[in-house]
Design a protein around this ligand. Structure first.
Ligand code: TRP
Length: 446
C-alpha cells in the first residue's frame, strides 16, 4: 500500500506490531541480556531492567511512535517538523547511534549465521562444555571468519532494507517470531530439568540486593534502551508508516511485553544450563554461544534443534539490524533525496567497514579502548550514553515542547480512548528526564 507521499504504509495493524516487535526482539534479548545479567550480579539487574522497561521504556516508546505518526518523516525530519529546526539534533544523535550500533551488531549477527553451519560440523557432538568454549574461542579469534560472516550478515540486512519497509520486514516477522517463541519454550523445558538447574534459577530470579550499584542500574538502563530499540528514532520511523487510528499505548505495551518475555525466556534457558554445567555466568559476550550448544548436545536430535534455533536467532537479529539500517537510510532518502537502493548499499558498505575493528577485536587482534575491547567500547558508547541521551531529549521534547501534538497523536485526534494520558505525560516530563540524569551520574562516576 502506498501513501500519497510515496512513503509506504503498514498493510495491517498486526504488521506494525510484528515489525516493531521484530526490531525490538533480537540480539538484545537473546545475546546481550543474558551476558549483561551474568556480569551484573543476576536477579537484581533483572528487577531493575523490568522496572525500567515498564515505566520509562514504555513511555518513551509511545513518545517515539507518536512523533513519527505526527511528523510523518524519519527521526530528524519528524523532530524538526514538530519542534523546529534545532530539534533535528535529536534525530542526528539517533542516526549516529544507529550507525555505531549496527557496526558491531553485524559482527554478532554474523556469529548467529556461522553457528547455523557449525551446528552440523561437530559443535553439538562434542558434549563437554570446555570443548564448546574452545570452539568458540577459536572461532572469534579467526579474523577471516569474523569478517566473512559479518559481511554475510550485513549483506542480508542490505537486501531486506533494499526491498522497502512493508514488503521485506513484515513478511520476515510473521513466521519467525512465533516459531522462535515455541522453540524457546521447549528449550526452557530442557534446561530446567537438567540436574543442578535450580541454582541458576535462583541466580536469575532471586535478587541479592548487596549487588545493587550505580553501575548495575546504568547497565540496566542501557539494556532497556537497547532491547526496546529506543532513543535513536527507530520507533519514530515505524510510527511514521502508521495509519491514523492506531491504539499506540496498547501496541507499545504489547511490544514491551513481548520483548521482556523473550529476554526472560532466554535467561531461563541460559542460567539453569550454565549452573548445571558448572560454567561461569560472568563469561561475557560469548555466553549465549558457549552455553546453548551444550544444552543442544543433551537433547535427542541435538544437531537439528541447534540448527533450527540458530536459524531463528539469525532471523530475529536480522529484523533488528534492518531497523537500524533503516534509521540511517531513511534519513538519507528523506533529507538528501537519495535513491533507496543507492543509500542502502552505500551505507551498508560504510557501516561494515566501520565494524571491522569490532569484528577483529574479539581475539584476532588486540584493539582495546579504555581497557575493554573495541566492540565493548562501541557498545558502551551507544547503549549507555547515546541512547539514553536520545531518550532524555525525546522525553523532554514530548513532555515540554510538542505535548499537544503528543496528546493529539496518542488519541488519534480523540478517536482512541487513552485513560493514562496524565500519567504518561508525568513520566515524560519529570520521571524519565530525572531518572536518566541520575542514573547517568551514578553510573559514570568511576
Ligand atoms: N532492539 C534490538 C535488539 O534488541 C536492537 C535494535 C534494533 C535497536 N533497532 C534498534 C537498538 C534501535 C536501539 C535502537 O537486538
Amino acid at each position: 500500500m502506498k501513501a500519497e507521499s510515496s512513503r509506504g504504509e503498514w498493510s495491517s495493524k498486526i504488521g506494525f506490531i510484528l515489525a516493531a516487535a521484530g526490531s525490538a526482539i533480537g540480539l538484545g534479548s537473546i545475546w546481550r541480556f543474558p551476558y549483561i545479567t551474568g556480569q551484573s550480579g543476576g536477579a537484581v539487574f533483572v528487577l531493575v531492567y523490568l522496572f525500567l522497561v515498564f515505566t520509562i521504556g514504555i513511555s518513551l516508546m509511545m513518545a517515539e511512535i507518536v512523533i513519527g505518526k505526527k511528523g510523518r518523516l524519519n527521526a530528524v525530519g519528524s523532530f524538526r517538523r514538530l519542534g523546529g529546526k534545532h530539534w533535528g539534533l535529536v534525530g542526528w544523535i539517533g542516526v549516529i547511534a544507529a550507525f555505531v550500533i549496527l557496526s558491531y551488531y553485524g559482527v554478532i549477527g554474523g556469529w548467529t549465521m556461522a553457528y547455523v553451519l557449525k551446528s552440523f560440523t561437530g559443535l553439538i557432538s562434542t558434549s563437554g562444555s570446555g570443548e564448546v568454549a574452545k570452539i568458540f574461542e577459536a572461532f572469534i579469534s579467526d579474523g577471516k571468519q569474523m569478517l566473512f560472516y559479518q559481511g554475510l550478515f550485513m549483506a542480508a540486512t542490505v537486501i531486506v532494507v533494499f526491498r522497502g519497509v512493508s514488503g521485506g520486514i513484515e513478511r520476515l516477522c510473521t513466521f519467525c517470531m512465533p516459531a522462535l517463541f515455541i522453540l524457546m519454550i521447549l528449550l526452557i523445558g530442557r534446561a530446567l530439568t537438567l540436574p543442578g538447574a535450580m541454582e541458576g534459577v535462583v541466580f536469575f530470579l532471586k535478587p541479592d540486593f548487596s549487588k545493587l550499584s550505580g553501575e548495575v542500574v546504568l547497565s540496566a538502563m542501557g539494556q532497556a534502551f537497547f532491547s526496546l530499540s529506543l532513543g535513536i528514532g527507530a520507533m519514530v520511523i515505524y510510527g511514521s508508516y502508521l495509519p491514523d487510528k492506531t491504539d499506540i499505548p496498547k501496541a507499545s505495551l504489547q511490544i514491551c511485553f513481548l520483548t521482556f518475555m523473550i529476554s526472560l525466556m532466554a535467561g531461563l534457558i541460559i542460567f539453569p544450563s550454565l549452573f548445571a554445567f558448572g560454567m561461569e555466568p560472568g563469561a561475557g559476550a560469548g555466553l549465549t554461544f558457549i552455553t546453548l550448544p551444550v544444552v543442544f548436545a543433551k537433547m535427542p536430535g541435538g544437531v537439528l534443534w541447534a540448527a533450527s534455533f540458530f536459524v531463528l536467532f539469525f532471523f530475529a537479529a536480522l529484523t533488528s539490524s534492518v531497523s537500524l539500517l533503516e534509521v540511517v537510510v531513511s534519513y538519507m532518502i528523506d533529507s538528501l533525496g537519495w535513491d533507496r537502493k543507492k543509500a542502502t548499499i552505500l551505507l551498508g558498505v560504510l557501516i561494515s567497514v566501520v565494524g571491522i575493528p569490532s569484528a577483529l577485536s574479539q581475539g584476532a587482534v588486540t584493539i582495546n579502548v579504555f581497557g575493554v575491547s573495541f566492540l565493548d567500547a562501541a557498545d558502551f558508547f551507544a547503549s549507555n550514553l547515546l541512547m539514553p541521551a536520545g531518550g532524555f531529549l525525546t522525553a523532554v521534547f514530548i513532555g515540554w515542547v510538542a505535548y499537544s501534538a503528543g496528546f493529539d497523536g496518542i488519541t488519534g485526534g480523540g478517536a482512541v480512548p487513552f485513560r493514562h494520558k496524565k500519567l504518561w505525560m508525568f513520566i515524560l516530563r519529570f520521571i524519565a528526564p530525572v531518572c536518566i540524569l541520575v542514573i547517568f551520574i551514578a553510573g559514570l562516576k568511576w
